[in-house]
Design a protein around this ligand. Structure first.
Ligand code: NAP
Length: 251
């Protein structure tokens, strides 16, 4: 089934998993909007790429952990496209490898503000536009969790794992809350995926260091996560809500 003419917003869509979701979505016929926080060049390059393949695409700069930026991002989508059919809560951060007994309150607040509060604020705005309770026509939301939510990430970033555990619980609760309002809410738990997030947490060699722990003995590609997301957003997943899909090579 085609998504022709439908509108998708992806947070943190300029690089990594988010960019792969934008590329597949454009191919499926979605008009795409994505957000990013700092890397203007990557955002500009992706918009140009998506437009070359015939699609509509806009990039919106802003921090998902800042309510004013979140409101401005959704207002920009309203202005540009006038509708919202699908939303992906993808923006997320890690931090430097640390034990819990070394973590500062500033670190914990940043992690929870971006990964948890940001995701809930964005979903709030998506529901206001999609839910039949608010006059919307329905829609689908996918939250990007992590295998860390089930593994706990000891000695690395338990705070990040806990933030993704919160995303799992949020997915289950919101899915039930809006189940009769035309909105489906699901999550995907990627395992170790080849993106720049590992370097951003000070571990550029993380993939080669832990590849052997994955039952499939390899890392995943961003596109392999994106395929799962696009399916969950699609009409083919019409009876799937409150689900959390592992895309982690068996880990
Ligand atoms: P990435 O390569 O580091 O890309 C992060 C994207 O999010 C970029 O577009 C970045 O924008 C944007 N971003 C970062 N902080 C933001 C903020 N505060 N507000 C708005 N946008 C922000 O990350 P990734 O590996 O693709 O990860 C995407 C999601 O998958 C995250 O939720 C992550 O936790 C999850 N995940 C990743 C893996 C993995 O192995 N890669 C595994 C499990 C889960 P700029 O380009 O402007 O910096």
């Amino acid at each position: 089934m085609s998504a022709q003419g439908k509108v998708l917003l992806v947070t943190g869509g300029s690089r990594g998993i988010g960019a792969a979701i934008c590329r597949l979505a454009a191919r499926a016929g979605y008009r795409v909007a994505f957000s990013y926080v700092s890397n203007d060049a990557a955002a500009k390059t992706l918009v140009a790429e998506l437009k070359v393949s015939g699609g509509a695409a806009i990039a919106i700069k802003g921090d998902v952990g800042n309510e004013a930026d979140v409101l401005a991002m959704f207002a920009e989508v309203d202005r540009a496209y006038g509708r919202l059919d699908a939303f992906v809560n993808n923006a997320g951060v890690v931090d430097m490898k640390a034990r819990v007994d070394e973590m500062s309150v500033a670190r914990l607040e940043r992690m929870m503000r971006i990964n948890v509060v940001g995701s809930i604020l964005c979903a709030r705005e998506a529901v206001k536009r999609m839910s039949t309770l608010h006059g919307g026509k329905g829609g689908a939301i996918v939250n990007i969790s992590s295998a860390a939510a089930t593994l706990g990430s000891p000695g690395e970033y338990v705070d990040y794992a806990a933030s993704k555990g919160a995303i799992d619980t949020f997915t289950i609760g919101l899915a039930k809350e809006v189940a009769t309002e035309g909105v489906r809410v699901n999550a995907v738990r990627p395992g170790i995926i080849d993106t720049e997030i590992h370097a951003s947490g000070g571990q550029p060699d993380r993939i080669s260091a832990i590849r052997g722990l994955v039952p499939m003995k390899r890392e995943g590609k961003a596109e392999e996560v994106a395929h799962a997301v696009i399916w969950l957003l699609s009409a083919e997943a019409s009876y799937t809500t409150g689900s959390i899909l592992n895309v982690s090579g068996g880990r």
